[in-house]
Design a protein. Structure first.
Ligand code: KIV
Ligand code: NA
Length: 267
């Protein structure tokens, strides 16, 4: 069996060849992307992508564990990182440890991710010192949508830029092995990457980040609405429509199934 990429391997990639990442919530998509990416994120974006929720706020630990297990079964090479969902870690380092340990024990994943900078630094340290590799997530943090007033790009003025930089430094110092930098103006995302000794993984950030991540369904053209930062590398919605339309036509015309699609009795 292949040895999986570890959080330590990702940490060591600072300033080197770009780190490639995509999300997956699903065994079969995990199997397809496994050999192309360095890590797979089981993101809480699954609430929106799989369940049609408006935000990630309602996502539960049980949902993350179920899909984390599916992705672990489907993959064998990439590091699997599972998001801690809203409400499962913010209250205290002890609460965060319990949630993160449950995710790691029940899925076998190699790391967890949590949103927040300065305010979560103590928690990042608590987990990192106790055997849990933590990926940070700063800038636009979707779980805070109800206090941010919408999905807003961060770092647009000096005050906001300084806050993003302080967040990045705080979680790097606290022992995170990498951090997602989401929805941050390009010069600030670049400055963050230069300011911290751990890899930055950009999404709506900068080409100078140490790696990039996208939501798989967004880049495949399956999601109905996508943010400006998404580049579409495929048009899966159209392919599914064509296939389903052909199937429906053939069933109605009784041209499917054909003799090759049914079982005969052997004599
Ligand atoms: O939940 C998610 O998919 C994420 C990525 C967009 C970074 O957190
Ligand atoms: Na997320």
């Amino acid at each position: 069996p292949v040895r999986r990429v570890t959080a330590i391997d990702i940490r060591a990639r600072k300033g080197g060849a770009p780190i490639v990442s995509l999300t997956s919530y699903h065994a079969h998509t995990a199997a397809i992307i496994d050999r192309f990416v360095d890590f797979i994120l089981v993101g809480d974006s699954l609430g929106m992508v799989m369940h049609g929720l408006e935000t990630t706020v309602p996502v539960t630990l049980e949902m993350m564990i179920l899909q984390g297990l599916a992705v672990m079964r489907g993959s064998s090479h990439a590091l699997v990182v599972v998001d801690l969902p809203f409400g499962s870690y913010e209250e205290s380092p002890a609460a965060a440890f319990r949630s993160a340990a449950r995710v790691m024990k029940e899925t076998g994943c190699g790391a967890v991710k949590m949103e927040g900078g300065v305010r979560m630094a103590e928690t990042v340290r608590f987990l990192a010192e106790r055997g849990i590799p933590v990926m940070g997530h700063i800038g636009l943090t979707p779980q805070s949508i109800n206090t941010m007033g919408g999905f807003k790009v961060q770092g647009k003025n000096d005050e906001s830029a300084a806050a993003v930089l302080a967040d990045a430094k705080a979680i790097a110092e606290a022992g995170a092995f990498a951090m997602v930098v989401e929805g941050v103006v390009e010069p600030v995302a670049r400055a963050v990457t230069q300011a911290v000794p751990i890899p930055t993984i950009g999404i709506g950030a900068s080409p100078d980040c140490d790696g990039q991540i996208l939501v798989l369904e967004d880049m495949l053209g399956l999601s109905p609405r996508v943010p400006k930062f998404v580049k579409r590398y495929g048009s899966l919605a159209g392919l599914i429509e064509e296939a389903v339309s052909s199937y429906a036509d053939e069933v109605r015309a009784r041209t499917f199934p054909t003799p090759e699609n049914v079982y005969k009795v052997k004599n």
